[in-house]
Design a protein around this ligand. Structure first.
Ligand SMILES: Nc1ncnc2c1ncn2[C@@H]1O[C@H](COP(=O)(O)OP(=O)(O)OP(=O)(O)O)[C@@H](O)[C@H]1O
Length: 592
């Protein structure tokens, strides 16, 4: 297919306001690209894709498949320079930039020049060459040629690579008509924006090759490659799509979470799977074992970028631990010398690190924690329920022949395994949340135990416990002495709000407080202890805590008639006196 045809079709799609029409036109484009005679001769792989594959990606502004970390690495300046050179000796990249400032869109700028007459090394790249007659006349730039040149350009590295990139890009622009230049410029700068989203291409593939959309969807989930799916849909239909599997080494889109409450989760599911929410960076580990026993491990980020080199300890972990090929989903967490988790910002220091990795490794120690298993021992597990996938995960991380009825207690021994509790008891969930916070993690995730793994979906099956939307400033009116190593600290603080001249209790907070903080709070509150009975103490109103909570329930337990559900300590409001604390009226208003 000529690139001019692609550009014309892209313009027609862009002019279309209605989604259905966009899908219809994209479907026609794919069907025509699929008829391309060149395709019948070519291999069709990531390295040497067919026209149909290239068009299925170009139309959504992609040059390479989503799973492929290859980047064009063309900055705007390189692109302006190439456009300027193709536009003639009187044009400099400053002029291109100026025009861009006027019209605001690079496609429009590229389309405003008359290309084609320039000589130079790049002008002869990929056949063609400037003919002095402006644009495409007689040049027949094809979609495949554009792809191949861009692939060469992406491969250019080392000294002189920027010049080579400019040369190659100049060579392409030099053979472009206005319309071709418009879409080439947008493509290379990832600004295609013709209204074709992933859903439109999915529906267009289904329409063009007459295959049910659910089968296209599944194939896209496992392959992450619209080009390959389009080709398989055309050549092998529904059966071919169903036969597509995950491939170890090719990243899958991460399943994502929605915000949600414990109450919602327990209402919707019979039971909730509860896990700690680790404050690290998402990673997907792919571990391949060759026939000769050699292993290869790749690590990908949440956005499917390869970050293997940045995390040698994750690779070492996989080599030491995994005895079967696997795709695992998890988090890398930075830890201190006592193995306590450090904030997320620390992991970021390691992420995308290409140089001085050994030094960075000395500065920030990380360890992986896995919470899902997408593939193990040659078997895809996406459609298995979460609990089955977690069992498989445990087996992969422990000895493969370990019994499958291990308890959470046993699992604690497997360091890299995220613990999973299944329960319908809100109090147990609250206790897990408290434990997670105490261990220095972010809180909890709630998951539907029966749910499949849906790549790329921010669905209802995974919920991150909703962050506190509102907070309350409460007076501390009581506390309890701790136990064991916390015997000298006050903890479990009773919280009250103002009701006229009185104070009424609304709950107790014990969550979200480190030992260090407890020591500080004890020093602050001890002078205000009024009475003591056993471990319980009454405290004169003097100190105000800011607390978050999940919701407010009516409750006979507290004198206000309300209870804060999942209260957590956020800080001391040292700027506030008890007279400035929140009122019962506010509690009632927040509950409404
Ligand atoms: N046990 C766990 N299960 C699933 N995800 C977890 C778990 N522990 C930590 N996470 C992390 O939590 C993320 C989901 O939470 P959150 O939505 O807050 O992440 P985010 O990347 O900051 O934001 P968002 O996904 O909303 O853009 C996951 O992507 C993962 O990185």
């Amino acid at each position: 297919m000529e690139f001019a045809t692609f550009a014309d079709r892209a313009a027609a799609i862009e002019a279309e306001p209605a989604d259905l029409e966009i899908v219809a036109r994209t479907s026609e484009l794919l069907a025509d690209a699929g008829d391309d005679s060149e395709d019948r001769r070519s291999a069709g792989s990531a390295v040497d894709p067919q026209t149909l594959e290239v068009v299925a990606r170009f139309v959504q502004g992609r040059v390479f498949p989503a799973w492929d970390s290859t980047k064009l690495d063309i900055g705007p300046t390189t692109c302006y320079e190439a456009i300027a050179r193709a536009a003639g000796t009187n044009v400099g990249s400053d002029d291109v930039e100026e025009r861009l400032a006027e019209v605001g869109e690079i496609g429009e700028v590229a389309a405003s020049y008359d290309f084609g007459g320039q000589q130079g090394l790049g002008a002869f790249t990929g056949g063609g060459g400037g003919n002095g007659a402006g644009g495409a006349a007689g040049n027949d730039l094809t979609v495949r040629e554009v792809y191949e040149t861009l692939a060469d350009l992406a491969a250019a590295e080392g000294s002189g690579s920027q010049d080579r990139k400019i040369d190659l890009l100049f060579g392409l622009f030099n053979r472009c008509s206005s319309e071709e230049a418009r879409y080439l410029a947008r493509l290379v700068l990832s600004e295609m924006r013709i209204g074709v989203g992933e859903g439109s291409v999915r529906d267009a593939i289904s329409e063009a090759f007459d295959v049910p959309v659910e089968h296209v969807e599944r194939a896209l989930q496992v392959s992450n490659d619209y080009g390959q799916v389009a080709r398989v849909a055309r050549d092998e239909g529904r059966e071919g799509l169903d036969a597509m599997d995950l491939e170890v080494g090719r990243p899958v889109q991460a399943m994502l979470a929605q915000a949600g409450t414990v109450t919602d989760a327990l209402e919707e599911w019979d039971e909730a799977a509860v896990e700690w929410k680790y404050d690290g960076a998402r990673v997907q580990l792919h571990h391949r074992i060759g026939d000769d026993g050699t292993t290869e491990t790749c690590v990908f980020s949440r956005n499917m970028e390869e970050v293997t080199d940045a995390f040698p300890e994750v690779v070492e972990f996989a080599d030491e631990t995994l005895e079967e090929p696997a795709i695992l989903d998890g988090e890398v967490v930075a830890i201190d010398e006592d193995d306590e988790p450090l904030p997320f910002q620390e992991v970021l220091k390691r992420f995308r690190r290409k140089h001085d990795v050994a030094k960075a490794r000395e500065d920030v120690t990380v360890r992986p924690v896995f919470f899902d298993c997408l593939h193990a021992g040659g078997e895809d597990l996406l459609e298995e329920p979460l609990t089955t996938r977690h069992e498989r995960l445990r087996a992969v991380l422990a000895d493969a022949d370990d019994s499958s009825d291990a308890t959470v207690e046993d699992e604690r021994d497997i360091e890299a395994l995220s613990l999973l509790w299944t329960t319908d008891d809100p109090d147990e969930i609250e206790a897990i949340d408290a434990e997670a916070l105490e261990a220095g993690h972010e809180g909890i995730m709630l998951k539907d135990p029966d749910s499949a793994y849906s790549p790329g979906r921010r669905g209802k099956h995974w919920r991150k416990r909703k962050p506190d939307v509102e907070t309350l400033d409460c007076v501390v009116t009581g506390a309890e002495w701790g136990e064991g190593r916390r015997a000298t600290f006050l903890g479990t603080f009773e919280l009250s709000v103002r009701a006229g001249d009185d104070l009424e209790t609304v709950g107790k907070v014990a969550t979200g407080i480190t030992d260090e903080k407890l020591e500080e709070l004890t020093a602050l509150l001890e002078p205000h202890i009024a009475t003591e009975e056993g471990q319980a103490v009454d405290i004169e109103p003097a100190v105000v805590f800011e607390v978050g909570y999940e919701e407010i329930q009516s409750s006979p337990t507290y004198s206000s008639g309300y209870a804060l559900r999942f209260p957590r300590f956020l800080g001391v409001r040292s700027d506030k006196d008890p007279d400035d604390a929140d009122t019962l009226e506010r509690v009632e208003r927040l509950r409404a």
